[in-house]
Write a protein that binds this ligand. Structure first.
Ligand code: SF4
Length: 187
């Protein structure tokens, strides 16, 4: 500090969606985590890192906006602990000082961790199409848009290798769905 708070290693420039302040989203896991957060000022570490934090990472929200949201909504948030956890570990904004790789995952990870996917209108196994889980779509979009930045990270090798197996048509389908999410048509 004070320069740490300005770090944005992935050049993430999206605004935090307005529904982070209301919980009004069709994504069951996000609705649960945000509603609980707004009601009680508390969420479990995994909800913070791998639900609300993961979605912001995949969406490409500016890490400072994510930091300011965490600082505002959690009763136990103290900046010297919260900032490196959010900007560094959650958003990879420091480029790897806090974490050796971005915590990027699909909706299948949330399902495996006991997420409420059975009660969600989306399917965590799908990355494109009308039922595709936004986490899963954006996971692949995250890899596509950050491929060159992450190529030197050996801990990302397997994930990036899987990306090379995608055809151009599959990439285009992900891009089309991601455009709709980024444009706010899907949330
Ligand atoms: S399907 Fe996707 S958005 Fe819905 S609860 Fe599961 S992980 Fe969350």
């Amino acid at each position: 500090m004070p320069s740490y708070i300005e770090r944005n290693a992935l050049n993430a420039q999206q605004d935090l969606p307005a529904w982070y302040w209301s919980g009004q989203t069709d994504m069951a896991c996000m609705k649960d985590a945000i509603s609980q957060t707004l009601a009680h000022g508390y969420a479990h570490h995994i909800q913070r890192l791998m639900v609300t934090g993961l979605y912001a990472l995949l969406l490409g929200v500016h890490p400072r906006q994510v930091h300011e949201w965490y600082l505002a909504v959690y009763v136990d948030a103290v900046e010297w602990v919260e900032l490196p956890n959010t900007l560094g570990m959650g958003q990879f904004g420091d480029g790897g000082l806090m974490a050796s790789k971005p915590y990027a995952a699909t909706g299948k990870y949330i399902q495996r961790m006991g997420g409420p996917c059975a009660n969600c209108r989306y399917d965590p196994a799908l990355r494109d199409g009308d039922q595709a889980c936004p986490f899963t779509t954006l996971y692949w979009h995250f890899l596509i848009r950050n491929e060159s930045l992450l190529n030197n990270n050996v801990r990302m090798a397997l994930q990036l290798k899987n990306l090379t197996r995608m055809s151009n048509e599959q990439r285009q389908a992900v891009q089309a769905r991601a455009d709709a999410i980024l444009g706010g048509e899907i949330n």
